[in-house]
Design a protein around this ligand. Structure first.
Ligand code: FES
Length: 87
């Protein structure tokens, strides 16, 4: 049976994340392969509250199905999406 639940990708565009590189993640959606497009839901946040925690110094942050990715790049996020969809 096909799994119809989508992978939830939460991007943070808060100040800390934005200056640390989240600005590049604005293009993420254009890099999602067409076959994955309807399996991925992308949401933008103004702060995921991770930058305030001293143990999370590595902005920008992205959450994928609740899993935190630090120092997120388009490549890292795409890999994580792929492993969720295939894993
Ligand atoms: S600005 Fe991104 S977690 Fe706070």
């Amino acid at each position: 049976m096909e799994n119809t639940s989508k992978v939830l990708v939460e991007l943070c565009f808060g100040t800390t994340c934005f200056v640390m590189g989240a600005s590049k993640l604005q293009e993420l959606e254009s890099f999602i392969p067409p076959q994955y497009k309807n399996k991925v839901e992308v949401k933008a946040h103004t702060c995921l509250d991770l930058c305030k925690n001293a143990t999370y110094m590595k902005a920008p942050f992205v959450k994928i199905d609740g899993e935190i990715i630090s120092e997120a790049t388009v490549e890292k996020v795409l890999k994580a999406i792929e492993s969720k969809l295939n894993g």
